[in-house]
Write a protein of this length. Structure first.
Length: 201
């Protein structure tokens, strides 16, 4: 896999709710750069003089080729430290150091059921996969088990349903879905489906 450290431009940077944000970037891909796929992640570092020394790993929600080697990526993140707090202050037109795509994409699947389990910043790569596989006949059924401490940790439920994915939610405070950990409804459904089932996290 080929990846590069490049400079990306901020197109938009919006607060979704509380400490969760969505950052939209565009950049010129370099020769030999691997196309971003569901399961990849990127390292981001603001190009400011007072920025952090090291980049921060970020979940990818979507990727789009715009033509003429121009690409756009949406990055979902949560503010929980100095580095991500500075990311939240970036405005359209500013530049950022972009290293990626990194990691391994999700595997190609034969015809089977797919159970996806995630919460918070673990949601975006799975949403990306569901969108990319909305019309994939190799997947018999998609079930997304989404968990969080509160309802504010749950995202993109309607987008998942629009992609043909059944969504099962759980919150530890009982605000939405199952009251407790998402592992409870996940384990129950997994035991019902049996073999020919793949789990993505």
């Amino acid at each position: 896999m080929a990846f590069d450290q490049i400079t990306a431009t901020v197109i938009a940077n919006s607060c979704l709710n509380g400490t969760y944000h969505l950052l939209t970037l565009e950049y010129d891909a370099v020769a030999g750069m691997t196309q971003t796929q569901p399961g990849h992640f990127v390292m981001l570092k603001p190009s400011r003089a007072d920025g952090p020394l090291l980049g921060r790993p970020m979940s990818i929600l979507s990727w789009e080729g715009l033509g003429d080697s121009r690409e756009r990526v949406e990055v979902f993140y949560k503010v929980h430290g100095v580095g991500t707090a500075q990311l939240a202050t970036l405005r359209a037109g500013e530049e950022i150091s972009y290293l990626g795509p990194l990691g391994q994409p999700f595997p190609k699947l034969e015809r089977q059921n797919v159970l996806l389990v995630g919460g918070g910043v673990g949601i975006p790569p799975l949403v990306y996969w569901c969108r990319e596989n909305a019309a994939n006949l190799a997947v018999a059924r998609k079930l997304f088990f989404m968990g969080g401490r509160t309802a504010n940790d749950l995202f993109y439920e309607q987008e998942l349903r629009d992609a043909g994915t059944e969504v099962i939610t759980a919150t530890q405070n009982g605000e939405a879905g199952h009251h407790g950990l998402v592992t409870a409804p996940f384990e129950e459904r997994l035991s019902q489906l049996g073999k020919d089932t793949t789990v993505l996290t």
